[in-house]
Design a protein around this ligand. Sequence first.
Ligand code: COI
Length: 361
Amino acid sequence: MAPSAQSLPTSVSDEKYANVKWEELGFGFYRTDSMYVAKCKHGESFQEGKIVPYADLQISPCSAVLNYGQGLYEGLKAYRTEDGRIMLFRPDQNALRLQSGAHRLCMPCPSVDQFVSAVKQVVLANKKWIPPPGRGTLYLRSVLFGSGPILGSFPVSEYTFTMFACPVGRYHSDNAGLNLKIEDKFRRAFPGGTGGVKSITNYSPVWITVAEAKAQGFSDVLFLDAATGKNVEELYASNVFIVKGNVVSTPEISGTILPGITRKCIIELTRDFGYKVEERVVPVEDLLDAEEVFCSGTAAIVTTIASVTFKDKKTGFKTGDKTLAAKLFATLTDIQLGRVEDKNGWTVEIDRCHQCETLKL
Ligand code: COI
């Protein structure tokens, strides 16, 4: 059972930082102060949840999530700007994607407003864990799952929506560019499956191949489509883009790749830069023939791909400061960190005073 809301931080104006070696931050679990928990009975709607001290949840061994994988997650980040503001990046988009996944997995879902309010509460309650500007971000992880017991028949009697926060640095540590293995045996998603939503079941089934690739010295894995095994889909947890001349191509959203929020921003930014962007089927041959390749995601941001290895043959691509990936990374992080004007209206500032009053933090 979630603990009570008693040991909440009493003041969000406390500017002190948590005792973290920010320069050593990677992308891993870090226990912070508080988390958000809301519950919902079958046939009802989610009501406002509560901020409680971070703790383990008590869960039925017969719960739908443990037995049948009924769960979805979302990840987004909070950023501290040089002038002391706290920003979120398109939290409504995570809320909408969670709704689409909840429909697919037969779960009720918090509304967009509830989701965004939960994000703000978790950020404010863990404010001292937001890294100093440019030294990392506060990653918000929400999980929606069937918490009620189910053995044979559904629906499930109870659902839980929870959100916690971890300070994070870069997801990939290969600064010079990723070296990918193109996986030609295991598949990540299949037509009609759940590849297009952020189901928790999309990830661990491919750990076997990611682990094998890492043991062989690769940074990550690029998956092919299950129907033909001829077209590129996405990496373990990021979308892929290829660049040739003035044309940028990325696999189309067809139900087997995740509709990434960073992917969507990159398509807009790249068009603004004057490139032609194609969302289409991308055969492996087109990728091997590209000048530049990069991947995108909330955790990955924009990361250059230095090489891919397909059937033991390695192909290299352009890397460095002059790449489109470098320009996109700089532009996106400048917007996220409030260093440049956000012409697209993507950032949401957490107004301290207003939120303090509203949330009684
Ligand atoms: C994210 O980018 O938020 C993801 O879901 C990737 C995860 C493996 C960290």
